[in-house]
Design a binder for this molecule. Structure first.
Ligand SMILES: Nc1ncnc2c1ncn2[C@@H]1O[C@H](COP(=O)(O)OP(=O)(O)O)[C@@H](O)[C@H]1O
Ligand SMILES: Cc1ncc(COP(=O)(O)OP(=O)(O)O)c(N)n1
Length: 529
């Protein structure tokens, strides 16, 4: 049964030139942000409905407004009760907004009942914002009804008034009076029928299907545009439909067409879905993180917080026997030789992780910095190490290159490699202590050693204190801070943890110069019985 067959399609109104609009000015004029209205129900846990819409509007730089159709007692487990204040009060709210404010776009979500749907249709006839998005909310994923059973026809009438309608598969089926599609091609065919019957562009959502991808498609007069995104392996999908339609409404006034708005909204939603679990909101199907893409205002620079976190390791590093002995020149040559040989083994791996950071880096500056550092740590440092080890320990190049990493060195480089399997931000955070604690120890050594004339480790102490190295440390810090600005709270926490662990490994690495770790001998097995 087609929509057209069951319902007379209401005449599609022209963009309004109502008295209210004339009184408050032309759409979009002089406004620094699009003014976007949500007409929807509530979710006190903030994942769906009006609360989600306002977050999605703000996430896309729109000025959000909201008119309530229904008060819904719900949480991440489902809906408990619905209270509908009534259509007259809904109209009062709608008029209060539109008598005063130009509305650049409106998103309609849960309408709750037939009287509300009719009140919205009447209001749209008088005040028609340039972009009308309808999310035909009917049943929550938890199975609870959000629309009276008798109100489906009124929602069909609203579809015909909308510019864009965003049904999920079950809603599409109800709008057409057909069984729900179980395949993407069937769903596309249904979306086409809905478009033809109603005139509205249809944003078909594939969240209810299964598979590696979660596709959506715009079905309108210009045929089908598909938007694909990887399906996020998560249970935290509460409010995805609300959030997507709100984001599209917020973006549309600043995009040339629906496709432009949907493309950006979907990319954002995929990131929000990925970060949703880390919010730990509720014990059921939690919300998405609407702000996953944003730096959090008021957060300190990552480097400042990270440096504070390792106050204990910094103190420990200052008190290390290795640093004391290096500063006063009492460090045994063989202890320094052991440390340098391990440092050469370490730098070979460190250079690989620097190259990985360069690969992952989002800007040409960062790519260049980390690629340069990878080369430098191989060439410059290794040459210095080899020279000293050749001169003082009789080790030729081959001997230096074939040094086995100690358990401490191996643990450190394994940690760096593991971090570099994560994001760019985690990789940079893990790399940073090697710069920063090294520069810090350089300061300590220069202060403690005093006059380097005749000091047996004068060359090394001046190398540690080299201003160029201090400068490179500042640059590495600024890249870590920049990466952290765009990290979700969970990713920032992973960065801090990676930084802390690298700092611990730095401490152990230096101290192994005088407190030699060894690999345990393989136990000798007994004779086979
Ligand atoms: N697990 C997921 N991974 C990625 N995208 C998803 C996932 N679940 C839903 N989506 C996307 O969320 C949006 C809402 O889809 P859907 O779940 O079909 O609608 P509703 O929330 O209205 O039931 C769509 O863009 C859909 O592709
Ligand atoms: C007040 C309110 N409106 C809509 C929904 C349904 O939200 P939706 O985005 O379709 O996602 P689910 O939560 O059903 O997965 C709601 N729950 N509350």
């Amino acid at each position: 049964m087609s929509l057209a067959a069951t319902t007379p399609v209401l005449p599609r109104p022209e963009p309004a030139s109502s008295t209210a609009r004339e009184r408050v000015g032309s759409p979009g004029a002089e406004a620094s942000r699009p003014r976007v209205l949500s007409i929807a129900g509530t979710d006190p846990t903030g994942g769906a409905g009006i609360q989600a819409d306002l977050k999605a509007f703000a996430a896309h730089g729109a000025y959000g407004m909201a008119v309530t159709t229904a008060l819904v007692a719900q949480n991440t487990h489902g809906v408990r009760t619905v209270h509908v204040p009534g259509a007259d009060f809904l109209t009062e709210q709608l008029d209060a907004v539109s008598d005063d404010v130009v509305i650049d776009a409106v998103k309609i979500g849960m309408v709750a009942d037939e009287a509300n749907a009719r009140a919205i249709a009447t209001w749209l006839g008088r005040v028609r914002p340039p972009f009308v998005v309808l999310d035909p909310v009917m049943v929550a994923t938890s199975g609870h009804r959000l629309l009276d059973e008798g109100a489906e026809q009124a929602v069909r009438d609203l579809v015909a008034l909308a510019d864009l309608v965003t049904p999920n598969l079950p809603e599409l089926a109800v709008l057409l009076g057909e069984p729900a599609a179980t395949t993407w091609p069937d769903a596309l065919a249904q979306a086409r029928r809905l478009h033809v019957a109603s005139g509205a562009v249809v944003l078909l959502k594939g969240g209810h299907l299964t598979g590696e991808e979660s596709p959506d498609a715009l079905v309108g007069p210009d045929d089908v545009t598909t938007f694909s995104a990887p399906r996020v392996d998560t249970v935290h999908t509460h409010g995805t439909g609300c959030s997507l339609s709100a984001a599209v409404a917020a973006l549309r006034p600043r995009r040339d067409d629906w496709a432009g708005a949907v493309r950006d909204a979907k990319t954002w939603l995929t990131g929000a879905l990925r970060a949703g679990g880390a919010l730990t909101v509720g014990t059921g199907r939690g919300p998405v993180d609407h702000l996953a893409h944003l730096p959090t205002l008021g957060l300190r620079a990552f480097s400042e917080e990270a440096w504070e976190r390792i106050a204990g390791w910094r103190e420990a590093v200052e008190g290390m026997g290795f640093v004391r002995a290096l500063a006063d020149g009492s460090l045994a040559v063989e202890d320094f030789g052991f440390y340098l040989a391990q440092d050469a083994a370490y730098l070979a791996e460190y250079s690989r992780v620097l190259s990985r950071a360069s690969q992952l880096a989002p800007t040409p500056e960062a790519r260049q910095f980390f690629a340069g550092a990878a080369v430098e740590s191989l060439e410059v440092e290794q040459t210095l190490h080899r020279d000293w080890l050749g001169e003082h320990a009789g080790m030729d190049r081959g001997a230096v290159e074939s040094v086995d990493p100690s358990p401490v060195t191996a643990a450190y480089t394994n940690h760096l490699h593991a971090a570099s399997n994560g994001s760019y931000a985690e990789t940079v955070a893990a790399l940073l202590p090697c710069y920063w604690l090294y520069a810090y120890i350089g300061d300590v050594l220069v202060r403690r050693a005093g006059d380097l004339d005749g000091h047996p480790y004068a060359r090394w102490i001046s190398l540690y204190g080299d201003p160029a190295f201090q400068e490179a440390t500042r640059t590495a810090c600024s890249f870590a801070d920049e990466a952290a600005r765009w990290a979700s709270p969970a990713e920032r926490e992973r960065m801090l943890r990676a930084f802390e662990l690298s700092s611990m490994h730095e401490y152990l690495f230096f101290e192994q110069g005088i407190d030699r770790p060894t690999w345990p001998e393989a136990p000798v097995g007994g004779a086979e019985k």
